[in-house]
Design a protein around this ligand. Structure first.
Ligand code: MSP
Length: 651
C-alpha cells in the first residue's frame, strides 16, 4: 500500500521552534510506522517562501529575500536532521519545479473561467497572509484570535477564484466522507464555515513583486496560500510525474488547527476545479501552549532554542514528550520542567529501567547468555496477550493520527513488564536450584519484552532500536519490522546480551537552570495543583556484577576532614571542598550542593575514594570523590566520628 503524508510548508521568516516541530515529528512517526509496515511511503515537508512577510523580515535585516530564506531553510533542515525526521522530499516554493506547476494551474483555472479579474478592496493581515472583509475585523484588527494584529487596507486590481461555485460540491464531499476532516470538532467547524457562505477569494497581488508571477499578466504575483497549497502536488511532479501517479491523493495532510480552513476549503476547491481526487484526510492537531497559556511562537517570545533542548535531552526524549502531550482535539502544554518530569518518570524510570534491570539480571544469573524459554505460567500468558492487544490498539490510534493515544497504549505494556519483574522476583528464584528452569524462562521473557517494547516505540523514538540492538546482540534493522511483533520469541536463546549504559539517564534540570528559576517553577507547581503530588517511591538499582575481594581492595577509601567548603560559581549542584587526608590537603568537587550548605560540612570527617583518577570539573581539578548514600530525593554523605582522623582507611 502507498502512504503519502505531508506537513504544512513552513514560513521561513523565523527559525523553527518546538511548536512548529510538533507537526513534523508527528508526521515522521506516522511515516516511520508505515515504512515498518512495508508500505510505500512518501513523506513531504518544505518551506513556504513567497509570502509578503518574508520580504518584510528580509528588508528589516537588510538582506535580499532569497538570501534570507536560504539561511533560514538551512536551519530548518538542520533541525529536522537533529530530530531524526525522515522526510523523502523537501520542497521550497522558490524552486523552478514548483513555479511551473503553479503557473500552469493558474492559467488553466483562468482559461476555464474559475479565475477572473476584478478589483479587490478590503483588508489584509500580513502575519497571517490572509484577506479579511471589513465586517469580519474585530475592533479594526485581525480577527484571528491568535493574532489580533493590525491589518492593511488594500485596493488593487486582482484576480479572484470562484470558491462560491464549488461550495455545494465541497459540502457534499464532506458529508459523504466523514473521515475527510479530522478530528470531528474541526469537521463541524468547517461545515458551519462553508454553510455560512463562501466568498470568492482574491488570488493575486500587485503591490510587491516577490512571488510567482501570473504568467499572462506579470504585474501580478499569485496569492501565497494558493501558491503554497499546490506544493503537495508540485513536489510529486504534477501532472505527468511518476510520483504523482504513484502517490496522489495524499493519505494525510497533517497541520495545526489554525490552517485547517485553507486545507479543508481552498485546497479541495482547487482540486475539484482541476478534477483531481481530494486528499483522504485533513488532520488538524492542537497547538503547543506555553505555561502562561499562549501559543508557543516566535512573536510571543516564549520559545526556547530547539537545538539547545536537543543537546540537553536528546531527540528521542523530546519527540516522546511532544507526541505524548498533544491529546486528540486539544492543545498541549510545553514547559521544560514537564519535559524533565516525563523523561524521568516515563523514559528513565519505566522504559529505561526495565531494560537495564532485566539485562543486568541476565548478565548476573546467566553470564549474559540468553537462556531457553520454558513453560508459560499465567503471568507470561498475560504479557503475551497484552502485547497483542497493545499492538492492535497502537495500529488503531495511528490510523486515527493519534500518537499520544498510541504511546499511552505502549506504556501499558511497559508498566506491565515492570510489574512482571516484581511478580517473578528472579533474585529469589536464583537462590533455589530447583527453580533453574523457571528462572531461565523469566529471563528469556525479559529479553523478549525489551524487543517488543523496542519495535512498538521505534516510530516515535527512532534512536531506540539501534541502542537496544547493541545490548541484545542484534542489529537495528532486526527491530524495524512491525509484522515481527507477532513472533513473541524473536530473540533466539544463546544470544550474548550486555547491560550497557542506561538508555535514558535521569536528568536534573539544575544542570541547566539556576536555582532561583527552579524554585520559582516548583512554587508555581505547588500553587497550581490542588493536591500535593504523591511522593514517588524510587526503585532500587539492581545490585552490580560480582567483584573479587582483590578487585575491591583496589579501591582506597579513606576518612577525610573537611577544612573548607564553598559553592562552585555558576552551578547549583557543585561544591568545592578542601579536605585533609593523611597529612595532605586536597581539593574535591562534589555534586552535593542541593543537599548541603557549605558550612554544614566544614569539620565533618567524611569518607572519600582517595585513589580515584583526578578529573577536571568546571575547570577545577577534583582529586577524589566523596562517598554518599542516596535514595530518591535524599542524599547523605557518609561520615565518621571525629576520633577517627583524616587519613584512616575504610575497608
Ligand atoms: N506556511 C503556512 C502553511 C502552508 S501549508 C500549504 C504556515 N506556516 S507556519 O510556519 O506559520 O506554520 C506551520 C505549522 O506549524 C502550522 O501547522 C501551525 O499550526 C504549526 N504551529 C505553529 N506554532 C505551533 C504551536 N505552538 N503548536 C503546534 N503547532 C504550531 O502556516
Amino acid at each position: 500500500m502507498k502512504y503519502y503524508i505531508t506537513t504544512p510548508i513552513f514560513y521561513p521568516n523565523s527559525s523553527p521552534h518546538i511548536g512548529t516541530a510538533y507537526t513534523t515529528i508527528a508526521a515522521d512517526a506516522l511515516a516511520r510506522y508505515h515504512r515498518m509496515n512495508g508500505d510505500d511511503v512518501f513523506f513531504l515537508t518544505g518551506t513556504d517562501e513567497n509570502a509578503q512577510k518574508i520580504v518584510r523580515t528580509a528588508e528589516s535585516q537588510h538582506v535580499a529575500p532569497k538570501e534570507y530564506v536560504d539561511g533560514v531553510v538551512e536551519k530548518f533542515k538542520a533541525l529536522w536532521k537533529a530530530l531524526d525526521i525522515s522526510y523523502d522530499d523537501f520542497i521550497r516554493t522558490t524552486e523552478e519545479r514548483h513555479h511551473q506547476v503553479v503557473q500552469a494551474i493558474f492559467t488553466r483555472l483562468y482559461e476555464q473561467g474559475d479565475i477572473y479579474k476584478s478589483e479587490y478592496e478590503g483588508w489584509y493581515c500580513t502575519p497571517c497572509e490572509t484577506f479579511w472583509t471589513e465586517n469580519k475585523l474585530v475592533n479594526g484588527r485581525c480577527p484571528n484570535p491568535d493574532c489580533g494584529r493590525e491589518v492593511e487596507l488594500l485596493k488593487e486590481e486582482s484576480y479572484f477564484f470562484r470558491l462560491s461555485k464549488y461550495q455545494d460540491k465541497l459540502l457534499e464531499h464532506i458529508q459523504r466522507h466523514p473521515e475527510f476532516i479530522q478530528p470531528s470538532s474541526r469537521r463541524n467547524e468547517m461545515i458551519r464555515f462553508i454553510e455560512g457562505g463562501l466568498e470568492d477569494l482574491c488570488v493575486s497581488r500587485t503591490t510587491f513583486q516577490w512571488g510567482i508571477q501570473v504568467p499572462f499578466n506579470p504585474r501580478h504575483v499569485v496569492y501565497v496560500w494558493l501558491d503554497a497549497l499546490i506544493n503537495y502536488i508540485s513536489a510529486l511532479g504534477y501532472p505527468d510525474g511518476e510520483k504523482y501517479q504513484r502517490y496522489w491523493p495524499a493519505n494525510v495532510h497533517l497541520m495545526g488547527k489554525d490552517i485547517v480552513r485553507f486545507h479543508a476549503v481552498i485546497w479541495p476547491i482547487v482540486l475539484l476545479a482541476l478534477d483531481i481526487p481530494l486528499p483522504q484526510v485533513v488532520y488538524g492537531h492542537g497547538w503547543f501552549l506555553g505555561k502562561e497559556g499562549g501559543k508557543i511562537s516566535k512573536s510571543r517570545g516564549n520559545v526556547q532554542d530547539s537545538f539547545e533542548l536537543i543537546r540537553r535531552y536528546g531527540s528521542d526524549a523530546i519527540r516522546y514528550f511532544l507526541l505524548r502531550e498533544m491529546q486528540v482535539g486539544q492543545d498541549g502544554t510545553y514547559a521544560e520542567d514537564n519535559l524533565v518530569e516525563r523523561i524521568n518518570s516515563d523514559l528513565a524510570n519505566d522504559f529505561g529501567n526495565f531494560i537495564s534491570r532485566s539485562l543486568a539480571m541476565i548478565v548476573k544469573y546467566r553470564k549474559g547468555i540468553l537462556p531457553d524459554p520454558g513453560v508459560d505460567t499465567p503471568l507470561e500468558a498475560e504479557l503475551k496477550s497484552l502485547s497483542t492487544e497493545v499492538q492492535s490498539k497502537v495500529e488503531e490510534r495511528l490510523a486515527a493520527c493519534d500518537p499520544a493515544g498510541a504511546l499511552e497504549q505502549i506504556w501499558r505494556f511497559v508498566a506491565r513488564c515492570n510489574k512482571y519483574v516484581d511478580e517473578t522476583a528472579p533474585w529469589a528464584l536464583a537462590k533455589k536450584p530447583e527453580e533453574e528452569k523457571r528462572l531461565d524462562h523469566v529471563l528469556n521473557t525479559f529479553a523478549q519484552c525489551i524487543r517488543i517494547m523496542t519495535i512498538l516505540s521505534a516510530p516515535f523514538m527512532p534512536g531506540v532500536p539501534g541502542k537496544t540492538a547493541a545490548l541484545l546482540g542484534k542489529t537495528e534493522g532486526d527491530f524495524l519490522n512491525w509484522d515481527s511483533l507477532k513472533d513473541w520469541n524473536g530473540l533466539e536463546p544463546g544470544l550474548r546480551v550486555v547491560k550497557g549504559e542506561p538508555l535514558f539517564p535521569r536528568v536534573d534540570m539544575s544542570d541547566w537552570i539556576t536555582q532561583e528559576e527552579l524554585k520559582e517553577m516548583q512554587e508555581e507547581k505547588m500553587t497550581s495543583s490542588a493536591e500535593p503530588a504523591e511522593e514517588a517511591v524510587p526503585e532500587f538499582e539492581p545490585i552490580k556484577e560480582e567483584v573479587t575481594i582483590d578487585e575491591f581492595a583496589k579501591l582506597d577509601l579513606r576518612v577525610a576532614k573537611v577544612l573548607k567548603a564553598e559553592k562552585v560559581e555558576k552551578t547549583d549542584k557543585l561544591l568545592k571542598l578542601e579536605i585533609e587526608v593523611a597529612g595532605e590537603t586536597r581539593t574535591i568537587v562534589s555534586g552535593i550542593a542541593l543537599h548541603y550548605a557549605p558550612e554544614e560540612l566544614v569539620g565533618k570527617h567524611v569518607v572519600i575514594v582517595a585513589n580515584l583518577k583526578p578529573v577536571k570539573l568546571r575547570g577545577i581539578l577534583s582529586q577524589g570523590m566523596i562517598v554518599a548514600a542516596s535514595h530518591g530525593e535524599n542524599l547523605e554523605v557518609l561520615s565518621v566520628d571525629a576520633k577517627i582522623p583524616g587519613g584512616a582507611r575504610v575497608k
